[in-house]
Write a protein that binds this ligand. Structure first.
Ligand SMILES: [Zn+2]
Length: 244
């Protein structure tokens, strides 16, 4: 049985998710007459995490709206910065995003990540349980209903991934306050407190110490931090004034 035909157009930023013929202008879709607009959009390849306003004949509708024959549908991308109400902003990254996780932590952004793949079901459950925004390049993972919230990471390159997340969510930045190894919070520590854990040369040369409250790892500022300093400087220059 042939269902109603609707017309649909996608914002340019969503073009990468849909087949080439649907990337520009409006195209026809035959629906089954009972599916929600959210389902129709998703079935065309677009994760709902990436969808902002849905308009039908110029009026904003929820994803649960069931489009009728002749509907003119516009699918917009998420607004940036995107608000995620209901919990403090924190993230969960899939197994492929380790570098991004460490850079977010470097900037003080709460970024849970495990280098061993927990699997999609466990990640989605953790996102729901801890109210974390799931970051992934895996559309199947982003489609899981139990996610608290999610976002597609658009680039392969860590520096672009970081800009993408900082621009999209505008998290408050607090560099050098979080353990890049485990996401724990850092606390100040003095040389005497951590002295026996340090090599003699380190103990002589470096003055600023911090300790991870979760894994006990010791941090000090030294020459080997030049690259990390640069990441912090660049992020603060562009995103440091962003509101919480
Ligand atoms: Zn730690």
């Amino acid at each position: 049985m042939k269902g109603p035909e609707i017309h649909i157009s996608f914002a340019p930023g969503l073009g990468l998710f849909v087949p080439a013929p649907r990337r520009t202008g409006r195209t026809a879709v035959t629906t089954d007459g009972v599916s929600t607009l959210g389902h129709v959009v998703e079935s065309l390849g677009v994760p709902l995490t990436e969808v902002g306003a849905l308009l039908v004949d110029g009026e904003r509708v929820p994803a649960a709206h069931v489009p009728a024959a002749g509907a003119e549908v516009e699918v917009h991308g998420v607004e940036r910065p995107q608000e995620v109400p209901g919990a403090p902003l924190r993230f969960l990254l899939d197994v492929h995003l380790g570098t991004l996780a460490r850079r977010l932590r470097l900037l003080g952004v709460d970024a849970a990540y495990e280098s061993q793949d927990a699997g999609d079901a466990a990640l989605a459950a953790q996102s729901a349980r801890e109210r974390r925004v799931m970051l992934s390049r895996d559309r199947g993972l982003l489609r899981r209903r139990e996610l608290w919230a999610g976002a597609y990471v658009y680039s392969h390159r860590p520096d672009e991934q970081l800009r993408d997340v900082l621009e999209r969510f505008a998290p408050p930045l607090a560099p050098w306050t979080r353990c890049t190894a485990c996401n724990g919070e850092l606390t100040g520590a003095d040389k005497d407190e951590v002295g026996e854990r340090l090599e003699h040369g380190t103990r002589r040369t470096y003055d600023v110490f911090a300790r991870c409250t979760a894994c006990e790892r010791v941090y000090w500022r030294g020459a080997h931090h030049a690259r990390l300093d640069e990441i912090v400087r660049t992020a603060l220059a562009e995103f440091g004034g962003a509101p919480a």
